[in-house]
Design a protein around this ligand. Structure first.
Ligand code: GTP
Length: 838
C-alpha cells in the first residue's frame, strides 16, 4: 500500500461522520455542515477530541475532504432548491399550457430577443417597428418533441400539427421532465451511487466488473453471454446474504416484497444471465472481499452498485441507452476491446451518454493481447478525440488501458462465499498486481467517492441547466409570440372598432328614418281614408242612382237604393285600400332601398312584396251589419215641422208613423187647425215641390184667412183642401225617387256613425299599412343587428385574444425572469471547485 492510499484509508477509517438526511436506511450517513465546520475548527485549534487529534486530521488531504463535503452539501442544497424551483416552473408551464396552448417554435427560427420588461407599451411599439433584435432559438434538449413520423422532419411535423396537439405532446413531455426532476431530487439526497458497465459485445465487461470486486461473480465467456442486466450490490443490503434476486419483466422490485422477485444462489447466475425473455434485471448481492478503503461496493462513504449490461448489439443498444439515461446512473464505464476498433454503435453510444452524463469512463480492455501497445493507444486516443473531446482532454482520469483478465484469472468462480468466514480479511493481494488497473480503480474511486459532488450533483446540474435553457427558450419564444399576437389583436381592434361603432349609429339612424316613414305613411292613409269616406257619406243619396220603375216597384227601388249606397261605401273603402296599397308599396321600396344601401345589395333580394295580399278580409260584413230597415217615412221627405220655430226639436223620424206624429205635434200648437194641418201641409207643397216653401204658403194662407170672412172661407175651404190633398199626394208620389235615397242615406249614415265606421276603417287601414311596413323594417333591423352582432362577436373574440396574449406575455416574462435567476444560481454552483481543491 503506497503512502497516498494509506493516508486515504486513515481518513476513511477515522471519519466519525454523523447522520444527515438519508434516502436509504442502508446508506452511509452524511455529515452536516455544522459538523464539518466543527471538525475543521477542531482540527485547526487542536481540541481535546481524540478523533481530531490524530496526525492524519492535520493532513491536507483530510481538510480537502472536509471542504469537499462542505461544498457538496452547499451545492446539494442549492441544486435541491433549484430542482424545486424548476419543478414549479414546469408545473406553471403545464397549467398555463392548458389555457393558452404554448407555441412550440420550429428549431432554428429567428425571434426578436430583447424586451424591456418594465415597459410593455414601448415593447409593443418596438415590436411593430423593429426587426433588429434577432437571435437564433436554441434547440431544445429536454422539451424536444420526438415525433419521428414518416419522412417529415420534426419541424414540418410540428407545423402540420394543430396547436392543441403540440401542446398535448408538450404536456406529456413536461410530465416526464417532472418525474425526472423528482428522481433527481431523491437522488441527490441519496448517498448510493450506480456505475453502469457497458460496451461492445465480448469486450470483457463482466471480467472487468469481476476484477473490480476481485471476485469471479459474473459469468464470462468467449461467446456473448450476458444478456440480462446484472446489478451487483453489497450483501449488507440483503441481510448479508449472498444471492440473486431475479426480477421479472414488468415487475417493480421491492426487496421487502418477495413476490416481486425470485431468489437464486449465485451459482445460478450463468443460467440466469441468458434468460433475457424472462428477467429484466438481476440483483446480485455479494460480499466485497476487499477492505473498506479499496472496496467499491462497501466503502463506508458511498454505496456503489455495479451494473453489468449486455454487449451493445442491435437488440440491446436501445435498452442500454435507456438504461444509461436513468438518473440513478452516476457514471457510465464503457468497455472496448483493445483488439478492435471502436465500433460505430460504441461511437453513437459514447456520444449520447457523454451528453447525458457529462462524464464517461472508457476502459480499453484486453490490453495484454495487444503487441504494439503504443500504436493501439494512439489509434484509440485519436478516435476518442473525435468522439468526445472532453473525455480525451481528461484522459488521465477517464481513459484506461487495462487487462481485467490478468486480475481475476486465478480466482475461483462463486464456489465459496468469501464473506462467510465472518472476517474482513483483505484479500486484495489475491490476484495479479497491475499498476494500470490500480490507476483505473483510483480514478474510479476518486470520481465516485471524493468527487461524488460531480458524480452525484453534476447530472443534476447538467439536467437543471438543460431544463432552464429550455424554459428560457420556450419563454422567450412564447413571450415574443404573445407580443406578436397582442399587437396583431390591437391592430385588428383598431380596425374593427370604427366599423362597429359606425354600424351602431347607422342602425340607429336607419331605424329612426324607417319609423318616421312608416308613421308618415300610416298617418297619410288614415287621413285619406277618413276624407274619402266622410265625403262620400256626406253626398251619398243626393242623386238617385238606381232606376225608378214607378210607384208599384217602390219597395224594390228602396231596397236597391240601400244596396247601392252600401256597395258604394264599400267601393269608397276599396279606393282607400288601393290608395293605402300604393303608399305601402312605396314604403316597402323605400325601406328596401335603404336596406340595400346600408347593408348590401342583396338585402331582401329574395323577398317579393305583394300588395294584393293586403286587406284581404271580407268587406260584405258591412252590408250585413247595416240594417237600415225600410219604413213608410223613407218614402217621402217632409221637413215642415223641422222649420216650425216654437216646436221642440224632433227626434229622428220614427218609421211608418210620421203622418200621425205630425198630427200630434199640431195639437200642441194650434188646436183649431189640427184637422187640416196635414192636408194644408200636403196641399202647400204641391205647387212648389219643396216642403220649405210650403211652410211659407201655410203662413200666407192663414194671413189670407184673416182678410176673408168665415163664410167665404167655408165655401172655398173644401175644394182647396181637396185640391191640396190631391196635389200633396201627387207630390209625395212624385218625390219618392228623391226621398228614398236621401232618407236611406241619412239612415245608413246614422248607423255608420254609430258603429264608428269611418274612424274604425281609417284606423284599420293605417294599422295594416303599419303592420305590413314593419316586416321590411324588422328585416332591416335584424340585418343590422346581425351585422352588429358579427362585429361585436369579432370584437369580443379579438379582445379575448388580446387579453390572453397579454396574460401570456406577462406569464412568460415572469417565467423568463425566474429562469434567468435559477440559471445564475445553478451556474454559481461550481462543482469543479472540488476538483480544484484536490
Ligand atoms: N486476454 C484477455 N481476455 C479477456 C480480458 N477480459 C476478458 N477476456 C476474455 O474475453 C471473453 C469475454 O469476456 P466477458 O467478460 O464475457 O465479456 P463481456 O463483454 O462481458 O461479454 P458479453 O457480456 O457477452 O458481451 C472471455 O473469454 C474473457 O476471458 C482481458 O483483459 N484479456
Amino acid at each position: 500500500m503506497n503512502e497516498k492510499e494509506k493516508e486515504f484509508q486513515d481518513q476513511k477509517n477515522e471519519k466519525p461522520i454523523s447522520t444527515s438526511s438519508e434516502a436509504s436506511g442502508n446508506s452511509t450517513p452524511m455529515p452536516t455542515d455544522e459538523e464539518i465546520i466543527q471538525q475543521l475548527t477542531a482540527n485547526m485549534t487542536n481540541t481535546n477530541d481524540t478523533r481530531f487529534r490524530s496526525p492524519s486530521f492535520t493532513s491536507q488531504k483530510f481538510i480537502t475532504s472536509q471542504f469537499q463535503q462542505l461544498h457538496y452539501n452547499e451545492s446539494r442544497i442549492t441544486l435541491s432548491n433549484s430542482i424545486n424551483a424548476v419543478k414549479q416552473m414546469f408545473i406553471s408551464l403545464q397549467e398555463f399550457n392548458r389555457s393558452w396552448p404554448i407555441y412550440y417554435p420550429p428549431q432554428g427560427q429567428n425571434v426578436p430577443n430583447h424586451y424591456d420588461s418594465q415597459n410593455e407599451e414601448t415593447n409593443l411599439e418596438n415590436h411593430r417597428n423593429t426587426q433588429h433584435f434577432i437571435k437564433n432559438v436554441k434547440p431544445f434538449s429536454l422539451l424536444k418533441l420526438d415525433l419521428r413520423l414518416g419522412t417529415l422532419s420534426n419541424i414540418d411535423l410540428v407545423h402540420s400539427l394543430e396547436n392543441t396537439a403540440v401542446s398535448t405532446l408538450l404536456e406529456n413531455r413536461i410530465k416526464k421532465i417532472l418525474g425526472h426532476l423528482a428522481s433527481l431530487q431523491e437522488r441527490i439526497d441519496d448517498t448510493s451511487s450506480k456505475v453502469l458497465i457497458t460496451g461492445d459485445v465480448n469486450s470483457g465487461k463482466s471480467t472487468f466488473a469481476n476484477a473490480l470486486m476481485r471476485r469471479n461473480v459474473l459469468p464470462d465467456d468467449q461467446l456473448p453471454c450476458t444478456e440480462v442486466f446484472c446489478e451487483v450490490i453489497d450483501a449488507s443490503h440483503n441481510h448479508d446474504l449472498e444471492e440473486v434476486h431475479a426480477i421479472g419483466i414488468g415487475e417493480v422490485y421491492d426487496i421487502r416484497d418477495v413476490n416481486t422477485y425470485e431468489i437464486f444462489p449465485l451459482q445460478k447466475l450463468e443460467d440466469l444471465v441468458l434468460q433475457v425473455d424472462k428477467y429484466a434485471i438481476l440483483k446480485v448481492y455479494v460480499h466485497d472481499t476487499r477492505s473498506q478503503d479499496k472496496s467499491l461496493l462497501r466503502n463506508g462513504v458511498v454505496d456503489i452498485a455495479l451494473i453489468d449490461g449486455p454487449g451493445l448489439n442491435l437488440n440491446s443498444f436501445h435498452t442500454t441507452q435507456v438504461f444509461a439515461r436513468q438518473e440513478e446512473i452516476d457514471l457510465v464505464v464503457f468497455v472496448v476491446s483493445a483488439t478492435n476498433q471502436i465500433t460505430q454503435s460504441a461511437i453513437e453510444f459514447i456520444t449520447s451518454a457523454a451528453n447525458e452524463k457529462s462524464f464517461i469512463f472508457i476502459v480499453v480492455n484486453k490490453f495484454d493481447v495487444v503487441r504494439d501497445k503504443t500504436r493501439c493507444v494512439k489509434r484509440i486516443m485519436d478516435q476518442i478525440a473525435d468522439i468526445s473531446p472532453a473525455t480525451h482532454k481528461g484522459s488521465r482520469d477517464f481513459v484506461h488501458f487495462v487487462s481485467s483478465e490478468n486480475i481475476v484469472k486465478n480466482f475461483p468462480r462463486n464456489e465459496s462465499n468469501p464473506g462467510d468466514d465472518g472476517s474482513d480479511d483483505d484479500n486484495d493481494d489475491n490476484g495479479n498486481q497491475d499498476p494500470d488497473f490500480d490507476r483505473l480503480e483510483n480514478s474510479l474511486r476518486d470520481f465516485v467517492l471524493e468527487k461524488r459532488c460531480l458524480s452525484k450533483l453534476a447530472p443534476a446540474k447538467t439536467y437543471l441547466l438543460n431544463a432552464i435553457t429550455d424554459i428560457t427558450t420556450l419563454s422567450l419564444v412564447n413571450k415574443n409570440k404573445a407580443d406578436e399576437l397582442r399587437c396583431q389583436a390591437s391592430d385588428e381592434l383598431s380596425a374593427i372598432t370604427p366599423t362597429y361603432e359606425d354600424s351602431i349609429s347607422q342602425n340607429a339612424r336607419t331605424t329612426i328614418a324607417i319609423e318616421e316613414k312608416i308613421e308618415k305613411i300610416s298617418a297619410d292613409v288614415s287621413e285619406k281614408t277618413r276624407l274619402i269616406l266622410t265625403s262620400f257619406l256626406s253626398y251619398m243619396g243626393d242623386i238617385p242612382a238606381v232606376k225608378y220603375e214607378g210607384i208599384f216597384s217602390v219597395y224594390d227601388y228602396a231596397n236597391a237604393t240601400r244596396d247601392h249606397i252600401v256597395q258604394n261605401i264599400l267601393k269608397s273603402l276599396s279606393n282607400c285600400e288601393d290608395y293605402s296599397r300604393n303608399k305601402t308599396s312605396d314604403g316597402v321600396k323605400y325601406i328596401k332601398d335603404l336596406g340595400s344601401e346600408k347593408i348590401g345589395n342583396d338585402f331582401m333580394s329574395d323577398k317579393l312584396f305583394r300588395d294584393d295580399l293586403m286587406f284581404t278580409r271580407r268587406k260584405d260584413t258591412l252590408a250585413r251589419s247595416i240594417k237600415a230597415p225600410l219604413d213608410f217615412s223613407d218614402f217621402y221627405d217632409i221637413k215642415l215641422l223641422d222649420h216650425l220655430p216654437s216646436f221642440p226639436e224632433l227626434p229622428m223620424l220614427p218609421s211608418m208613423n210620421s203622418l200621425s206624429s205630425i198630427g200630434r205635434i199640431t195639437d200642441v200648437k194650434a188646436e183649431e187647425v189640427s184637422t187640416v194641418s196635414n192636408a194644408l201641409t200636403l196641399a202647400t207643397v204641391v205647387g212648389t215641390g219643396r216642403l220649405v216653401q210650403s211652410t211659407h204658403m201655410i203662413r200666407n194662407f192663414f194671413q189670407l184667412g184673416s182678410y176673408l170672412n168665415a163664410r167665404v172661407i167655408r165655401k172655398v175651404m173644401l175644394p182647396i183642401l181637396i185640391v191640396a190633398s190631391i196635389g200633396g199626394i201627387a207630390y209625395l208620389i212624385n218625390d219618392i225617387p228623391n226621398a228614398i235615397p236621401k232618407k236611406l242615406a241619412k239612415k245608413i249614415k246614422r248607423e255608420i256613425d254609430e258603429m264608428g265606421y269611418v274612424s274604425n276603417n281609417s284606423d284599420r287601414i293605417a294599422k295594416e299599412c303599419r303592420h305590413v311596413l314593419r316586416y321590411p323594417a324588422r328585416d332591416v333591423r335584424d340585418a343590422f343587428e346581425k351585422k352588429i352582432q358579427v362585429h361585436s362577436r369579432k370584437k369580443e373574440e379579438i379582445l379575448k385574444r388580446k387579453n390572453e396574449a397579454n396574460d401570456a406575455y406577462r406569464f412568460f416574462n415572469t417565467l423568463l425572469g425566474e429562469a434567468t435567476n435559477q440559471n445564475e444560481l445553478v451556474e454559481s454552483c461550481n462543482l469543479d471547485v472540488v476538483m480544484a481543491i484536490d
